[in-house]
Design a protein around this ligand. Structure first.
Ligand SMILES: Cc1cc2nc3c(=O)[nH]c(=O)nc-3n(C[C@H](O)[C@H](O)[C@H](O)COP(=O)(O)OP(=O)(O)OC[C@H]3O[C@@H](n4cnc5c(N)ncnc54)[C@H](O)[C@@H]3O)c2cc1C
Ligand SMILES: NC(=O)C1=CC=CN([C@@H]2O[C@H](COP(=O)(O)OP(=O)(O)OC[C@H]3O[C@@H](n4cnc5c(N)ncnc54)[C@H](OP(=O)(O)O)[C@@H]3O)[C@@H](O)[C@H]2O)C1
Length: 328
């Protein structure tokens, strides 16, 4: 190929953005597509009159040296900041402080600040659900759910959960077989706003039982504003058993579980909202990095290829970009 290949990236969550920024640095033309109104995917924030709520990624840690370096750069840009919550855990013995030495980071002033920073000036077709990839003359044409065509592109990176990726790559066995084996578990997230501080001695609690996985005072994160905002997240097993529940019923059950943790009735929230994540986290850990079909010029990445955390999503995007660059 005499000139740099053009690349379509389907999915503008962390893995797609990671691949996009790496390829842009290498001088390739990339175009992102996302079915949502913006970028970020599961690294999402909900804006309300009370302030924002992080409804997906709560915080992230950095262990891989390349990711540690990327996070240092994002901190310097002001896109992320360290969060030092007063951490507790809740188990059969009840509530106990559970402080540790782990550094934890969040987007600032909301989780999506990180995805906006990474997106920068990259071209993104938002509200565009890609439904089909067509191979024409050794290139790829994309078709969205409204029948619009995009392309041609020399290469395609599919950076979405496996169930959503499968219809796009079904004919490419090297990608379809592992994707078909990869299951994702669901989750419910509930945002609560209160008119006054709850005055609790913790900012976040690892619960991991019954309906509740985790509760966090969103307002304790850096640069969030002064409203008393909390996010409750369900365990995957509870979400699987309550996939079709009405949002108000989910709020009621998770608030009741939070009251059990707090050990006292909570005041009535002034704001409540429930969000269902059909594909929240991988059911099992994989170590693929990314999946590649170089002969067809198609690459598959996402947290599910490497471990189900934000860091894994970033690393998987880097793996996909590296594999693509090896054939560029
Ligand atoms: C409730 C919850 C809490 C979490 N908490 C944490 C945490 O505290 N720490 C942590 O490290 N990780 C956490 N995670 C996991 C973390 O959010 C993910 O690992 C990471 O965001 C995944 O990024 P990704 O790019 O792989 O996928 P996604 O973020 O899912 O990105 C995929 C993108 O593709 C788009 N898309 C899908 N199909 C199509 C299509 N056909 N056409 C166009 N676009 C499409 C979607 O809209 C989405 O934007 C949490 C996840 C959830 C759901
Ligand atoms: N809700 C969802 O859908 C999620 C999808 C994907 C990831 N989710 C959560 O992300 C968190 C990020 O994990 P990691 O980056 O590895 O953060 P750590 O803070 O290191 O947590 C890892 C793991 O260790 C336990 N733990 C850590 N610190 C404490 C502590 N101070 N007290 C008690 N427990 C702690 C805990 O796991 P256990 O199974 O051992 O309870 C943490 O999960 C992580 O929270 C994912 O669940 C959500």
């Amino acid at each position: 190929m005499s000139q740099a290949p053009s690349v379509a990236i389907i999915g503008a969550g962390m893995s797609g953005l990671s691949a996009a920024t790496r390829l842009q640095q290498a001088g390739l033309q990339v175009t992102l597509f996302d079915k949502s109104r913006g970028s970020g995917g599961r690294m999402s924030s909900k804006r309300t009159d009370l302030g924002t709520f992080d409804m997906g990624t709560q915080y992230f840690t950095a262990r891989d040296p390349d990711f540690v370096a990327a996070v240092a750069q994002w901190r310097a840009e002001g896109w992320v900041a360290e969060w030092q919550p007063r951490l507790f855990r809740y188990d059969e013995q009840g509530l106990a402080a559970s402080l540790d030495q782990q550094q934890r980071f969040v987007g600032s002033p909301r989780m999506t600040a990180l995805s906006r920073g990474l997106l920068g000036n990259l071209p993104l077709h938002s509200s565009t659900r890609v439904e089909q990839l067509q191979r024409i003359d050794q290139q790829w044409q994309l078709r969205d759910s409204a029948g619009e065509q995009y392309g041609p592109f020399d290469r395609v990176i599919v950076a979405i959960p496996p169930a959503q990726a499968l219809p796009l790559i079904n004919d490419i066995t090297a990608l379809a077989a592992p994707a078909a084996r990869s299951e994702m578990e669901p989750g419910w997230a509930v945002a609560l706003g209160f008119s006054a501080p709850l005055e609790l001695p913790y900012d976040a609690v690892f619960v991991r039982q019954g309906p509740l996985d985790w509760i966090a005072r969103d307002a304790s994160k850096p640069n969030r504003g002064s409203a008393e905002t909390w996010v409750l997240q369900s365990t995957p097993s509870w979400a699987a058993a309550h996939l079709e529940s009405e949002p108000h019923a989910v709020v009621a059950e998770l608030v009741s579980a939070m009251q059990a943790v707090v050990g006292a009735p909570l005041p009535a929230p002034t704001f409540q909202h429930a969000h269902r994540w059909l594909y929240a986290r991988p059911a099992a850990l994989s170590d693929w990095g990314a999946l590649a079909a170089p002969a067809q010029g198609v690459y598959l990445c996402g947290d599910w290829c490497l471990g189900g955390r934000l860091e894994a999503a970033w690393l998987s995007g880097q793996h996909a970009a590296k594999a693509l660059l090896e054939t560029a």
